[in-house]
Design a protein around this ligand. Structure first.
Ligand code: NAD
Ligand code: UD1
Length: 337
């Protein structure tokens, strides 16, 4: 299949393109590079053994640019990663998040339907469950109140997509709710490249390991969890990428609307992650406890049975693999791309 990949130069997009090529698909990438660089796509091209990945530096809010891309490269499906994703920033810049993530998606959908490309996979997030009514979380769990404007944009786009699919059954739409993506390609050639001080746990740990930060601050040790630190469902980005390839099979069998959790089903605490990192790399991670981070919850992890049953997809990598590959990427690219 030929696939339009929006946001394909980013962390999850770049890993997904590698897996799409391995599965025999073709891609064309649109990215405005607001949180990524051309270098990631150069490295993807090397990894998959092609001269270059077809790429347009363009914004998904730019209707004529998208029209031009789809006229030159007719596509059967779109995997839509493009979006702003910094939770804290979304609290201080809500307009920018709604405009980019929600308005941008509306423009994209309009251009896609004009080009009769009515197959879409959307990068959603477990954040749409809010403080979940049940753990492990199944797709039947009701959505909750999102703690941030970022989360709200994911939830709103999901609603828009559900309504569009209901109104026009020609659309096949897969909503993928990611749990906590970490890790990097095992080659160490592509990985996560956060700007400034990392907000998320794994990039913070790798920056401590490489000596950029003195120690990890653990946000809270009085949660209702076995060791008092927050529990999450970390998933290796290569497994996540393969989840998108698997989701294309749902599109191929004309799924209408389908929703899948992408997680491992296994919850690990912050201290579990620190210990696994130390074990897999041999590098000690000094830490201290800090107060809870506003908006954090005790524990959430997925029930990934639906994706296993319907997409024949399950995560293959474990926590130590995630730590090893995150470190391998950081060590080979101390300054990122
Ligand atoms: P990323 O920032 O690395 O990738 C997003 C890409 O989209 C970047 O390359 C950026 O330049 C591009 N982009 C942003 N706005 C754009 C626009 N208006 N037009 C064109 N390109 C634009 O982030 P990621 O971690 O790869 O996340 C990909 C998607 O998955 C995002 O939608 C994100 O919200 C979602 N998601 C990520 C996580 C996570 O933990 N990384 C978790 C759940 C959901
Ligand atoms: C966060 C976002 C979520 C987003 C996800 C993307 C919040 C409240 N949630 O999830 O919306 O989809 O990132 O991956 O921001 N921790 C520390 N010290 C640190 C960093 C994190 O102790 O320096 C802890 C956190 O308190 C949490 C765990 O590590 O218990 C994981 O945190 P993080 O990687 O930021 O992910 P989430 O908060 O689960």
């Amino acid at each position: 299949m030929k696939i339009l990949v929006t946001g394909g130069a980013g962390f999850i997009g770049s890993h997904t393109i590698v897996e799409l090529y391995h599965a025999g698909h073709d891609v064309v990438v649109v990215d405005n590079l607001c949180n990524s660089s051309r270098e990631s796509l150069k490295r993807v091209a090397e990894l998959v053994g092609v001269a270059e990945i077809p790429f347009f530096e363009a914004d998904i809010r730019d209707r004529s640019a998208l029209d031009h891309v789809l006229t030159e490269h007719p596509c059967e499906a779109c995997i839509h990663f493009a979006g702003l994703k910094a939770v804290g920033e979304s609290v201080t810049k809500p307009w920018e998040y709604y405009e980019n993530n929600v308005s941008g998606t509306l423009v994209l959908l309009d251009v896609l339907r004009q080009h009769h490309c009515c197959n879409l996979i959307f990068s959603s997030s477990a954040t749409v469950y809010g403080d979940p009514a049940e753990v492990p979380i199944t797709e039947a769990c009701p959505k909750g109140r999102c703690a941030s404007p970022y989360g709200q944009t994911k939830s709103m786009v999901e609603e828009i997509l559900m309504d569009m699919q209901k109104a026009d059954p020609l659309w096949n739409i897969v909503l993928l709710r990611y749990f906590n993506p970490v890790g990097a390609h095992p080659s160490g050639q592509i990985g996560e490249n956060p700007n400034g001080i990392p907000n998320n746990l794994m990039p913070y740990i790798t920056q401590v390991a490489i000596g950029k930060r003195p120690q990890l601050g653990i946000f809270g040790n009085d949660y209702d969890t076995p060791d008092g630190t927050g529990v999450r469902d970390y998933i290796h980005v290569v497994d996540l990428a393969r989840g998108h390839v698997a989701a294309l099979t749902a599109i191929e069998r004309k799924c209408g609307l389908a929703i899948y959790n992408l997680g491992t089903g296994q919850g690990y605490s912050v201290l579990d992650v620190v210990k696994a990192f130390e074990k897999s790399t041999g590098i000690p991670i000094p830490y201290h406890f800090e107060p809870r981070r506003p908006g954090d919850i005790d524990s959430y992890f997925s029930n990934p049975a639906k994706a296993a049953r319907e997409l024949h997809w399950t995560a293959q990598y474990g926590l130590e693999d995630m730590c090893r590959d995150s470190w391998n990427w950081q060590k080979q690219n101390p300054e990122g791309f």
